[in-house]
Design a protein around this ligand. Structure first.
Ligand code: NI
Ligand code: MN
Length: 227
């Protein structure tokens, strides 16, 4: 039984794996690219990569309604807990066996201030080893960094990478990231939400497939990809 990833626009992901429903950076309210509203999603776990509003999004409301556990860095977990949400705090480089698989927080070059100005610790990416043994790397908001090569050494089946530029890697650096990570499959995110991060994902996909062995899956918001 493989995992299925759904892109809800911007950096919002749904992941069905091992019989569990995960949301990653659930930003629905105010997200011009979101195909559904926050009230309609279900979740057992919510992963939050960093404190920015377009990633914390509707986490508190969804977690309270569904009873989902929020997994994030220690500082964001504490902030969520103060709002009455069930949490599990981890930190960069640390992995933990959850019911849905082994989740490691990875390095990311970015900021992490929470919407109310609270300190949000260091931003993270996620490396998930599923119960079926698949490896999914979600870089989340980050610039290019050379240690993506170390992440790639784990053997990545699917890499989810930002390509929007301005706030994160743009297309050129995201192509270099694919060369460092060497994943089997790639999904681009964090683009076309606003004009400032508008990109031609199909053109990027052609470049990646011409220069690497990775297969790129350009999704429309609401579409999924099954591993
Ligand atoms: Ni951000
Ligand atoms: Mn962002």
């Amino acid at each position: 039984m493989g995992s299925k990833l759904i892109w809800y626009g911007h950096a919002t992901l749904g992941l069905e794996t091992g019989g569990y429903r995960l949301l990653v950076d659930p930003y629905f309210s105010g997200n011009p690219a979101a195909p559904i509203s926050a009230e309609r999603v279900q979740a057992d776990f919510i992963l939050v990569s960093h404190g920015h509003g377009d990633h914390v999004g509707d986490t508190v409301e969804i977690a309270k309604r569904t009873g989902a556990m929020v997994v994030s860095n220690y500082e964001i977990a504490g902030w969520m807990e103060s709002k009455g949400v069930k949490t599990h705090g981890q930190h960069l480089g640390g992995g933990h066996w959850h019911e849905f698989g082994y989740l490691k927080l990875t390095f990311a070059i970015h900021g992490s201030m929470l919407p109310d100005g609270s300190y949000g610790g260091n931003p993270a990416g996620f490396l998930l080893s599923t119960l079926d043994g698949e490896k999914i790397y979600m870089a989340c908001d980050t610039g290019l960094f050379g240690d993506m090569r170390l992440i790639g050494e784990e053997g990545i089946d699917l890499a989810v990478l930002p390509i929007g530029d301005n706030y994160t890697m743009g297309p050129d650096d995201a192509l270099r990231a694919v060369k460092l990570i060497r994943p089997k499959h790639v999904i681009p995110i964090h683009y076309n939400t606003w004009d400032l991060i508008s990109q031609n994902a199909d053109a990027w996909a052609s470049r990646v497939e011409a220069e690497t062995t990775a297969k790129v899956h350009v999704l429309k918001p609401g579409e999924g990809f099954a591993l």
